[in-house]
Design a protein around this ligand. Structure first.
Ligand code: PFF
Length: 450
């Protein structure tokens, strides 16, 4: 235990580390956001760029975050302060805390929707009804979506409050494999629908005419969002990782699991989108109208639908926990308040901000800035601006501030592993990733017209 007056929690096992990090990475970003962002941005070509970013930027940044966190053993802000005292670097940590607020505010809106959909599944309300009408009626309301969002924030706060090891680690281990299994079953059903081929083609046949710099920036933003990188979540989780773990292996396993689930979600959704007559660019509502349609086409759809939305809620929960943990670790370690108090303050203030995100879908959403709702702004600002910028600064920090030797020692567990690929990794984080992110970012926002 650390000798500070603030005892630090840590993960109990190797599997726990992977489960918690994969729990953070795998969430609504894979199953809700990935399909609709792919759908809005042209399909196959977007997917290719996304995959390229996962390998060349996402994975190295993930490893870098683990490295910073484990070396410093502090929250996102404190890690930079410890490794670079008396500098501006801690501002990168602070940016992460702001990103956490923004992300959780809009993420909890959608997480709340999953709870409504569990109830809809149990009460069999999809049967004989148009899924689009059900969805419209629900999201345009005010009371129910806000209530579900509150309930979801309370669940998140409860787990963060009870500590990561005994809450999240225990459940993710069991539930994540179930989610995978269920998605595979649904992929099979979706692929065997009449007219499924069009969806497969949409997802896998690249049409580069749809690609522009803003679209490339969105692919980068989606890669960062899906892997939970760029805002210190994995610095925070890294700080709970044991000095004996192999960080490189962990980062590879987590990125691979996240990517597989996202691609499978695409294979599950797009054939159904085309076969059931929906539009791929339906926006944030996409999975909430397509999946109920798919369940109605499946034998045992009633049961599958309940299980699926429960698992989706759980996947969302393991992600919201990791985001809230960023803020709570910061509040409790840096501002010296108890974990309990930090959790209550963070969760309630995020919920208040989140109400505006939720109301963006309601009949009351006359309120717009630059013709965009608060939800759209929070989502765009966090995923496409804060996360890529954060990711860029994190790799610059390792490449140019911490340097080759210290980074190598931390990643190889003081030379215990050979680190054969280290040279490649370091070259990427020192030169390739920062330049690539900067270019994508500058071009992406230069042509902005959202
Ligand atoms: N990666 C999560 C998902 O795909 O649902 C969302 C997320 C969690 C983003 C944690 C950022 C983060 F720090």
């Amino acid at each position: 235990m650390a000798s500070t007056n603030l005892p630090r929690d840590s993960f109990g096992s190797k599997f726990g580390v992977v489960a918690a990090s994969a729990g953070s990475a795998i969430g609504l970003g894979n199953i809700w956001r990935f399909p609709y962002v792919v759908g809005e941005n042209g399909g196959g070509a977007f997917l290719l760029i996304y995959l390229a970013f996962i390998i060349t930027i996402g994975l190295p940044v993930m490893l870098s975050e683990f490295t910073i966190g484990r070396k410093a053993q502090r929250n996102a802000f404190g890690s930079f302060r410890k490794l670079a005292p008396k500098s501006y670097w801690p501002l990168v940590g602070l940016m992460g805390i702001i990103a956490a607020f923004a992300i959780l505010a809009f993420y909890s809106t959608i997480a709340g929707w999953t709870l409504e959909y569990i109830i809809n599944s149990v009460s069999n309300s999809f049967a004989g009804n148009d899924p689009e009408v059900i969805f419209e009626n629900f999201k345009s309301g005010t009371f129910r979506p806000i209530l579900w969002q509150l309930i979801f924030m309370i669940m998140t706060a409860w787990i963060v409050f009870s500590g990561v090891k005994h809450g999240i680690e225990r459940y993710t281990k069991i539930l994540m494999p179930f989610l995978l299994l269920l998605i595979i079953i649904m992929c099979i059903r979706s692929l065997t629908l009449d007219g499924a081929a069009e969806g497969v083609e949409f997802l896998f046949r690249p049409d580069f005419s749809k690609i522009s710099w803003p679209v490339i920036l969105k692919a980068l933003g989606q890669a960062a969002f899906s892997l939970s990188i760029g805002m210190g979540t994995l610095i925070t989780y890294g700080s709970y990782i044991n000095k004996k773990e192999n960080l490189t292996k962990t980062a590879i396993q987590v990125s691979a699991a996240d990517t597989i689930i996202a691609v499978l979600a695409g294979v599950m959704i797009f054939p159904a989108v085309f076969a059931l007559g929906f539009q791929p660019d339906d926006g944030p509502g996409l999975v909430f109208v397509v999946l109920p349609g798919l369940f109605l086409e499946m034998p045992g759809g009633y049961v599958f639908s309940i299980i699926f939305f429960v698992l989706l809620a759980v996947a969302a929960l393991t992600s919201t926990v990791s985001v809230l943990e960023v803020v709570v670790a910061y509040f409790s370690e840096e501002l010296n308040i108890s974990r309990k108090r930090a959790t209550v303050i963070a969760a309630s203030s995020i919920w208040v901000l989140g109400i505006f995100a939720t109301l963006s879908f309601s009949d009351l959403s006359g309120f717009k800035i630059l013709d965009k709702t608060i939800f759209d702004l929070l989502e765009y600002f966090a995923a496409n601006m804060l996360l890529p910028l954060g990711a860029m600064l994190i790799v610059i920090f390792l490449g140019w501030h911490l340097g080759y030797k210290k980074t190598r020692l931390e990643i190889t567990n003081e030379g215990l592993f050979k680190g054969r690929m280290f040279g490649v990794y370091f070259f990427i984080i020192k030169f390739i990733a920062p330049i690539a992110i900067a270019l994508v970012f500058l071009y992406g926002i230069g042509l902005i017209n959202f």
